[in-house]
Design a protein around this ligand. Structure first.
Ligand code: BTN
Length: 335
């Protein structure tokens, strides 16, 4: 199915086709002539693209005279592969892939304004300005994490949209459990932690009228295969690879995440807030009885979490006895 919108910077379909052809015949030498024929480009273009793939970190061996092969199948989220694995699902129709972009959320916002239908998926191997919550940046090392944003057009009021952030956290929790056997901690509203360190986060942004959402984009970042983190992040961040000591397939994780997200999304639209709020309370040990420090941006206080409101807001009993309902802000466990 053709993409609804063409975007500058997305991975050329024929470059992706070259990668798929090489991946499907990994370690087998394919002549430049056959590649050129199958993809519909000249042999010199094949040579140029092989160079380009090398620059992007793909281990392509060979040259025009001998033919080409992949030394190692790369874990690249080529759109053809993703579409194939998600055929028939909401997210298997329009997949936009970038080797490098500033932020998949920024791209998805642009698609939303351009009228792109619900279900578009924006993927990047690397982000140069990955966005995190509260104006922070999201460290997006090439090929090491999952950087994905989904475009949705739900019939929700703007006040209900933040529940999608919590829902995405639950979907990611389920996907990570299925892939690694590890039950991640979910910290309200959107952090995924293992052994107290963060490996995943969700950033939801929307375009809305006062009473109705026009579109919502849900950006998910999951540290999958990082082996270390720079600077201050080293103390607070982790990856699935660091926790499991195993290389993780980003493609499998992505397929699990998007399939689970679709299931959760349909149930949320049918059943409403309780589906998300009740599950979040069950899964997240942060939801109640946790000693925390709260930073709302306006004030900082200590307290104990006391469950979620029916709308999914976190209730905290302050140490002075007053009850506070958090709309946004950061919660940190206090030991
Ligand atoms: C957080 O601060 O916890 C939220 C991080 C969200 C990061 C993801 S990576 C894919 C998507 N694109 C972005 O620019 N941000 C989100």
């Amino acid at each position: 199915m053709p993409q609804a919108t063409s975007l500058p910077g997305t991975t050329d379909r024929r470059l992706a086709a070259l990668l798929t052809l090489l991946s499907e015949n990994a370690t087998i030498v394919i002549s430049g002539e056959r590649i050129a024929r199958e993809i519909g480009v000249s042999r010199s273009t094949v040579w140029r693209w092989a160079e380009r793939l090398r620059e992007l970190g793909v281990r392509v061996k060979g040259q025009p005279a001998t033919g080409y092969f992949l030394e190692k199948v790369p874990d690249i989220l080529t759109p053809d592969l993703v579409r194939k694995r998600l055929r028939g699902s909401l997210f298997g129709k329009h997949v936009y892939h970038f080797f490098k972009t500033d932020s998949t959320n920024r791209v998805a916002m642009e698609l939303g304004y351009a009228g792109e239908p619900e279900g578009a998926v924006v993927l990047a191997e690397e982000q140069t300005a990955g966005r995190g919550r509260a104006g922070r940046t999201w460290h997006s090392e090439r090929g090491a994490g999952l950087y994905v944003t989904l475009l949705l057009r739900p019939k929700l009021s703007p006040a209900q949209a933040p529940l999608l952030t919590m829902m995405a956290g639950l979907s990611a929790h389920t996907a990570v459990l299925a892939q690694t056997g590890l039950a991640a901690e979910l910290k309200w509203p959107n952090d995924l932690l293992l052994n107290g360190k963060k490996f995943g986060g969700i950033l939801t942004e929307m375009h809305a009228e006062p009473n109705a959402v026009r579109f919502v984009i849900v950006g998910v970042g999951i540290n999958s295969n990082q082996e270390k983190f720079p600077g201050e992040l080293a103390a607070t961040a982790t990856s699935l690879r660091m926790e499991t000591r195993k290389l993780q397939s980003r493609l499998e994780l992505l397929v699990r995440l998007l399939s689970q997200f679709e299931t959760d999304y349909n149930r949320f639209l049918r059943e409403g807030a309780p589906y998300v709020v009740q599950r979040f309370e069950l899964v997240s040990s942060f939801a109640s009885g946790k000693r925390v420090r709260v930073d709302t941006g306006m004030e900082t206080y200590l307290g104990t979490t006391a469950g979620l409101s029916p709308e999914g807001l976190l209730i905290v009993k302050k140490d002075d006895g007053a009850m506070a309902t958090m709309i946004s802000g950061d919660v940190t466990e206090v030991k």
